[in-house]
Design a binder for this molecule. Structure first.
Ligand code: ZN
Length: 271
């Protein structure tokens, strides 16, 4: 996944390091930074170490070499240097979440472009805040879609529970003009690691694998204000798979995927 249209190639190497960062238990140094940085105000933050880029915390940490990287504003200078020094990745079991706006093509036909842009940006901002509040790691925005992962190294053993909670919170997003969202959530093995981003100017973190494709397809099947959550995710969360779960036949997948729709009724009640 990437903001760029060009396909990105995953980089291999430093497998143990990346498995430690995103896998069960997490990396002791990064976990300590998460604990500390979460206490400091305020968003936006470095995607990897969660150091704040704004507010008093951002000012203090900026003086300590953790200002946003000049070539890659999603990461602080220290984490950007880390990605350059230790490119690679590892396969880790984690939860994945896709969320996008339903019917945005139709809305774009009837709304002035400035209104469409304001609506989408409002969704991206609120969606990002909700996902990070549930310890999700934002991977990419493309168009009106947010892709996030919930790796055990960031979220603990309850990664699937947190992904489900984030999906339900997203379905409940309200406002003067509630945007009709569709969410997909799945848990499975994901290859997570560095990629060379735009024209090789900097590195980013991306995800690969069948589990990622399944999640994208589940999201595409979600009715407005709903999440399609896979049985694998409910099981990983220690939750009962809803009785109404059905088999989704997904394009490109040889086997169907069992999943259930969770819907937010108006005014935030979950059905
Ligand atoms: Zn950082």
């Amino acid at each position: 996944m990437s903001e760029q249209d060009a396909p990105l190639e995953r980089e291999d190497g430093n497998r143990e390091l990346w498995a430690t960062i995103f896998g069960p238990g997490g990396h002791p140094v990064l976990s300590k930074q998460h604990w500390l940085h979460r206490k400091l105000p305020r968003d936006p933050r470095c995607r990897l170490c969660l150091v704040p880029f704004s507010g008093l915390g951002g000012w203090i940490m900026g003086k300590r070499g953790k200002a946003p990287s000049s070539r890659n504003p999603h990461y602080c200078a220290a984490c950007d240097g880390f990605l350059e020094t230790f490119p690679g990745g590892a396969e880790v079991e984690m939860s994945v979440l896709f969320v996008d706006v339903r019917g945005s093509v139709g809305a774009a036909e009837t709304m002035p472009p400035a209104d469409v842009s304001a609506r989408i940006n409002g969704f991206l901002e609120r969606g990002t805040a909700l996902i990070t509040a549930h310890d999700g790691f934002i991977m990419a925005f493309y168009g009106d879609c947010i892709v996030a992962v919930f790796p055990p190294g960031f979220c603990g053993e309850g990664h699937a529970q947190k992904a489900i909670a984030a999906a339900k919170a997203l379905c409940r997003i309200e406002g003067d003009d509630p945007v009709p969202l569709g969410v997909g959530v799945h848990t499975g093995p994901v290859y997570i690691g560095t990629v060379q981003a735009a024209r090789g100017l900097f590195r980013d973190v991306s995800i690969f694998g069948h589990a990622v494709n399944i999640c994208a397809r589940l999201a595409a099947n979600a009715p407005p204000h709903s999440a399609v959550i896979s049985a694998d995710c409910f099981i990983a969360a220690g939750q009962q798979v809803p009785e109404e779960a059905e088999n989704y036949t997904l394009k490109g997948a040889s086997e169907g995927v069992r999943a259930a729709v969770v819907t937010a009724a108006p005014h935030g009640r979950l059905a």
